[in-house]
Design a protein around this ligand. Sequence first.
Ligand code: NAP
Length: 520
Amino acid sequence: MTSAPISTAARMLPLRLPKVCVALAADNPSDMVSKAEALVRDNPLLEFRLDYIPQPASALPKIKRFLETHPSAVLIGTCRRAVNGGKFRGSVASQLEILSKAASAGCQLVDFELQSAEDAKRGTVERLRSKAAVILSYHDFRSTKKLDDVLQRMLPYGADFLKIVTTATSLSDNVTLMKFLERTSDKHSMVGLCMGEQGIISRVLGIRAGSVFTFASVSPGEETAPGQVTARELRDIYRVDHVDAATRVYGVAGDPVSHSLSPLIMNAAFRRENVNGVYLALHAKSLDDLLACVRDIPIHGLSVTMPFKQSILKHLDNTDAHTAKMGACNTVVRAQDGKLYGFNTDTAGVVRPLEQRITIEGAKILVIGAGGAARAAVFGLKERGAEVYIMNRTPAPAQSLARSARARYVRRPDLRKHKFDVIINATPVGMGNSKESPLKPEELECKVLFEMIYSPVETKLVATARAKGIQIIPGLEMFVHQAARQFEIWTGKPAPLEEMHRILTTAAQASPRKTVQLDL
Ligand code: NAP
């Protein structure tokens, strides 16, 4: 098999292609073209997934008309066979016929699977290339491996673009794919990414690694591949058009993190403050996997969440005294020398909103709960000179926390003997659809109520406090302040607090309650 001479137009094509290709799927030609009409202004590179249409050829006249009215659009015609992960049940010969007609209708590129090429007659790819640029594609729906073997199978066909899409089952699979792109993209026009929730790194950073473009979906629910994000998210949140060699990579690492709102507010903060950074949700199933990525990508900063807040500590080169005392780290920064430093900004999430309202020194503060969030509050407030009391459903952890922080333990029946300046709810009581409250109305005697729960915003405890005229600090404010402190540690700049708060509040109100996740 020899490759046909490459025309100048084909050689120039990778240079003038937009970086994001939106994959269009619909079960009839009219809907598909309507979607294209709605998208083409902002997204001139569109993939028509003809295999989603029961009679794929029926879409071609509409595609032709679409191109006549949108001459600057660049279209990829794809008719993926079911055996290769698509929906087309016809033979390779009929697939070729459709792709050839798609090229005649004006599609400048057609996607042809490697497996189809291997089944087809000699010279098939060359013939197809005489009509349109050919993307020779390979999809692995299970893993990321043997990339060089796949490349060797592809090379003899002399296609214009070599597309290798795999599945990330770990964060490190993204590194494997991106290193492969870095090695191969100076010789070939590569398109590569990892599918799956863990593939987000390669979807955002793949272009920097050498992928000519990447794929995006039209809207949530219209994905043509697992883990695909929308074109709007890629552009507006992750700013893929601006990711370059100098862009620093940050992320929230945990399990789970898929519904995290952190990428939304952190990327907005980077944009607002002109920080050349991008922030990703890193679904890490193991600490080893996460740490390998921090080293290899490299990642410059992490928000650390469940279940790694304690276990990451022994892998850090240093932590500040406060974090060491707390025994939990929620923020990692990678210094210029590659060393990892740990901090805990949960405390800032409690202290900063409070100090905007009261003088913490000498204030009498009740913390309900003795878990991680309570711990951050108790240590932070003690350091600021508050008189801290702890109450908890189970006495032992509260007594132990009181001892280690030099705070006081209080039993619930004794609450009425006290008048507090502030009461902090650091339990999940009242979260979600629960109508419970950790305190009875007559037990809620204070000037300020700090409700750590953020969903719903109006818990039963908050409603009771409001009715009693008590000032309220909502859970979202805590989250924004701890995130703002992370931003400051990473960038050395003041965080755009108001912007972060506005974006978070809007997103939290817009998201269905169950899918909102903050990284605590
Ligand atoms: P955690 O480590 O699991 O601790 C939970 C605490 O709540 C424990 O002291 C537990 O008492 C108590 N508790 C649990 N269920 C209870 C119940 N039904 N009745 C009475 N007490 C109960 O959790 P965490 O990480 O500290 O988080 C606590 C809350 O704070 C959560 O709602 C979380 O969403 C919120 N939070 C918010 C932010 C923010 O940014 N807004 C940040 C961190 C946490 P036992 O010892 O008796 O089990």
